[in-house]
Design a protein. Structure first.
Length: 113
């Protein structure tokens, strides 16, 4: 998955059913029938959600006999991680700016000349 596809991937994970599927596939690869048996949605609904996830580059599939086995796309997971890391570092930096007093402004409660 290309980095420029990450926003679309975040959008497809906005659906609660797709997040459940993502979480199940994070444990291990699975077939549609297995996912449907573990989730509160029908097999056709699981198939539709997987098509959306696949078109966004979040999952891949492999044909094994008469089944398709779905797994998370490692590049997509890495792109998610990289974006979350960048967000986390910006949030921490912003928090640090708020809680760390500026030495040029003096301490709260001090009289300014």
């Amino acid at each position: 998955m290309a980095t420029d596809g990450v926003p679309e991937a975040w959008e497809v994970l906005g659906d609660p059913s797709r997040r459940l599927i993502f979480a199940k596939l994070a444990e291990r690869p699975r077939a549609v029938v297995e996912l449907a048996g573990e989730l509160p949605i029908s097999r056709p609904a699981v198939s539709q959600h997987l098509r959306v996830l696949k078109s966004a580059g979040v999952v891949t599939d492999e044909v094994r006999g008469t089944r398709r086995i779905y797994r998370l796309e490692p590049a997509a997971v890495l792109a998610f991680k990289d974006q979350l890391d960048a967000f986390w570092h910006r949030a921490l930096a912003g928090f640090g700016d708020v809680v760390t007093p500026d030495p040029l402004e003096g301490s709260p409660g001090e009289d300014q000349p």
